[in-house]
Design a protein around this ligand. Structure first.
Ligand code: ZN
Ligand code: ZN
Ligand code: ZN
Length: 123
């Protein structure tokens, strides 16, 4: 394992929740100014294959990495205030089941982002 990869792992181990690739590159740079972005992204690919991280997409299509996710989840995004929330597999089960039954389509919940308006923005 190269020092760069070790640096990426060290940064990831201090990270919880969601982080974009650009944010990770930034954090790795604070630790090691010689960080090469492509190494960070390659390491993320390897770690995703190993199940350590998982990616989804924000409302603008940007990749977001979930570090050690407890469970696969989707996202709600409020276009008015920009906040986002996680949707559990339970909450999504009705649409996931109906798409499976009606269309034979298997939903990848980690890639589901539903955009709309949250309760407080509607009030
Ligand atoms: Zn993707
Ligand atoms: Zn809102
Ligand atoms: Zn998430």
């Amino acid at each position: 394992m190269t020092p760069q990869r070790r640096a990426v792992l060290a940064v990831l181990s201090e990270t919880h929740g969601h982080v974009t690739g650009a944010e990770l590159v930034e954090r790795c740079r604070l630790r090691d100014p010689a960080t090469i972005p492509s190494t960070v992204y390659r390491t993320l690919d390897v770690l995703e294959d190993l199940g350590v991280v998982r990616h989804g997409h924000g409302p603008n299509g940007q990749e977001e990495y979930h570090v050690l996710p407890d469970a696969v989840h989707g996202h709600l995004h409020c276009k008015a205030c920009g906040a986002s929330w996680e949707i559990s597999a339970d909450e999504a089960s009705s649409i996931v089941r109906s798409l499976d039954a009606e269309r034979g389509f298997e939903v990848d919940l980690s890639h589901v982002t539903i955009v709309g308006r949250c309760r407080s923005c509607r009030a």
